[in-house]
Design a protein. Structure first.
Ligand code: FES
Length: 135
């Protein structure tokens, strides 16, 4: 009876260990196949007036398109490079602010102050006629 119980427990532990290895692998494979690379998003320039911004999700990454008062359109990842919180656009300060540890970025994505050491990732953006094309 005890031997049978130990065999069952070993089998349960084996399945658990196997599953803990298999699950991350399955997540990795499904994430890389989920969205095709090269996907593009397009907006009319008039949809984002000067000084305004629009939150988007691009290739699974929360991002923001900003029509900078002094620099035209830019698309940046909203994922803070410190520990991954999502930054918010502060229109009046012309900054991107991280609510977690007070990281501050300028509208080019460069670090102004706080704990982040790297700029926000810029996402490819092109102007095609009246459209802003992301990706
Ligand atoms: S996660 Fe943004 S400053 Fe820490």
């Amino acid at each position: 009876m005890r031997r049978r119980f130990l065999k069952i427990m070993l089998a349960v532990l084996g399945f658990t260990a196997f599953g803990s290895l298999l699950y991350p692998l399955a997540r990795f494979l499904s994430a890389t196949r989920g969205e095709p690379k090269g996907k593009q998003l397009a907006f009319k320039k008039t949809e984002i007036p000067i000084g305004a911004a629009r939150d988007i999700v691009f290739n699974g990454t929360p991002a923001i398109i900003i029509n900078r008062p002094d620099g035209g359109f830019v698309a940046l990842s909203r994922v803070c490079t410190h520990l991954g919180c999502l930054v918010d656009y502060d229109k009046s300060k012309k900054r991107l602010l991280c609510p977690c540890h007070a990281g501050v970025y300028d509208l080019d994505g460069a670090v102004i102050s706080g704990l982040p050491t790297r700029p926000l990732r810029e996402i490819s953006l092109k102007i095609k006629g009246d459209d802003v094309v992301i990706g």
